[in-house]
Every structure is written in structure tokens, then in C-alpha cells.
Ligand binder design. Sequence first.
Ligand SMILES: [Zn+2]
Length: 421
Amino acid sequence: MRCEMSNVRRQTADGRRETQGARRKAHGFKDRVFYALRFALYHYRLPFVVCLLLAVLFILLSSVSVCLAQADDARPFTALRRETYRVASGLFRVETPIPAWDSRDSLTVAPGARLWRLRSFEAGGTAYALCVNVETLKACVVQEEDVKSVGGVNVPEALASSETSQTSHTALPGGNGVEGISEVCRLGEGGQGSGGAEETPYGRALMRHARAPMMDEGKKGLVLTVDLCPSHRAWDRDLFDALREMRSGEKPLPVAVCISGAWVRHHSADFEQLLTWHREGALEVTFVNHSDTHPVGERGDFLNNAGVDFEAEVLNAEVTLLMHGAVPSPFFRFPGLVHSTARLEALARYGLILVDADHWPGRDHLATDRVPEGILLIHGNGNERAGVAWFFEMIRRTGMKEKLRDGAGRVISLAECARAE
Ligand SMILES: [Zn+2]
């Protein structure tokens, strides 16, 4: 015991000596720096002061440029608070330019644009609205105070505050299904007598596809959709590399990526890469909600299963996308393409347009010697390599890449497809 005690004392004393030595060393270094500065200031006063000023200026300029770069890339809505995320409504006519964000840019919504408010939420103490432009079907995030101050809510007060099921506000009229949305659309613009929101491309697409899934609509071209369902496998990066090389003239290829919240959370670096390609203009991505956890169900009934929290599946996927800097589009693809009439009507309550598929080559063994028309579904999550292989073979056999480059072939975006009558 005595031996151990003396060892401890010795170690403590050694430790103290080391600490004192280190302090002396640190003091010595400080002294030398101080002496060197005094020497430089005394003998080379002017050059020293000039150098010092230049160094300070350099530090200031570089920090300002870093701040500017960060501000440019900033997505203020990424700090959104989930508990504030609500289903919202209201049609706004923009009268003065207002700032907005989409998945690529900070932008300005021009006067004359009409925005349908899909969701409201708070981030960093500011209230935001996720909106869809009713003419272009493109989504953006704006500040609530901007839409309210420039356009005002045209909807009667009871409807304007009709954040559905989650709050104590007034529920949608005419039931909670398609009729409810129709009624809100009609009343939404009725106040100004300039036609109902159901008469806009967004309203028409919403109404049409609440009853019939969006299929066979891409007859003017091909709509590419790539599903990213949850997967432990690595994504099919070679598929995305091929898509980046397929440009229509100078334009990046439009591709709808139907993405689950779980995939984003488990593959955040890959998602960041996808978003970067979109922002750099290497791809024109439409981010489509493909549910949050993508439940399969014991009998393969997917979201039809009565035990599924449908609202959580819809909203949590959107929240995940927003928190990762992407703005979800007003489209939704059901996992497994499985949906009941009840689920279709429920979907319309969230203002989302259903997207099914005309071709699923990983399953339906489509011929590969011609470019298909309509909505094409390929999995890019590593789970269905047969579909990716089919796509590569189809490109090779049809010369699709060259056709696109020369303007002989056409791939259209989901929004274009939905706007087509
Ligand atoms: Zn899926």
C-alpha cells in the first residue's frame, strides 16, 4: 500500500513538473512573439503597420465572402418545427414581387402569379407557407406575411383558417373528400369573381386525378420517374450518371424522383448529391412525395392498411424534404402503386396530385426497341436492378441519348404532363 502511495505521489510530482515546464515553454513562446512584434514595430514601423492593416482587411473580406456564400445557399425553412407543420389552404394573387425559395434557388415571385397555399409552418421564429403556383404546378416556399400582405386570402374567413383535422379550426365544407376541395377551390376565388381555383391547371389536375390516377397522360412524350423507396442497399448511382448525360439540347433532363422520407434520412449524403446536381443544373428534379416510411403491410396492402397513419406518412415525408433543403412538389406516388378509393379521396385533402405509372419495366418486361410514351417507373434505390438494366439497354437500342440531343426525342416533366389536357 505504502509503495502504491509513493508511486502516486511521484506521479503527481512528475505531472506538476511537466505542467510547469509546459507553462514555461508557453510563456517563452509568447515572450518571443511579443519581442518579435516590438522589434518589428520599432525598426520597421510603416511596413509593419501596412502589413497588419492588409492582414486585417484580408480576414474581413474573406469572412464577408463566406457569409455571402452561406446566405446565398441558405434555406431558412430547413429549421422548421415539425409541431407547427399544418395542412393549409387559400388562393393568393401576388401583387408586388415577393421573395420565395424552391429546391434550386432563392427567387422572386412576379406580380400576377397565383399561389395555392398547401401547408403552413414555422422555422426560426418566422411563419412560412408551402405553396404551388396554380398555373405552372411548381412549388415554392414563401413567408406568410408576404402572401397575406400582397394578395390577401380570398377565401372566406372560416375556410381561410381551415387547417384540417389537426386543429380546432373549422373543417372543410362538403365533407372531407374531393367535394371539400372542390368547394374550397370554388370559394377560394369567388370573392374576386375571377373564376374558381378548380378552373386552374392545378385545380383541374387535382380534381381529375383524385378520381383517376395520372396514367396515359404523357402521350406527348415520356415522363421519367425514379423511385427511392427505403433501402439498405446503395443507390443506383450509374442510373443517375446516365440521366445527367442525357440533355435535351442545353437543358438538363427532367426527372421526377419519388422519394420516401426514410430514404432521405438513411442516405443523406446521396440525397445531398442529388440536390447538388439539381442546383447545378445537371438534372431537373421534381421531388415527389413517396410517403415517409413506405409501409408494405403484411398482405402487401401498403398504405391501404387500416393501421397506417396516413397523415403522418404524407406530412413527415414533406417535413424531411424541407429540412434537407428540398421543396416537395404537389405530387404523390403511392408505395407499390396501391391505393383504394378512400385513400385517393384522402390524398386530395392534402392538395396532392396522384402519380401512377404506365410502364414498370422492372416488372412488365416492356419491349426495349422503342422509346416508350407515358409515365415510366424505374427504381433507383438498388432494389430492382432489372429495371435499370432495361433502361440502359433501351437507351442503347433506340439511340435515345442522341435523339434527345438533336431534339428528335422528348422527355417532359411531371408538371407538363399534369397540365396537358
Ligand atoms: Zn416505393
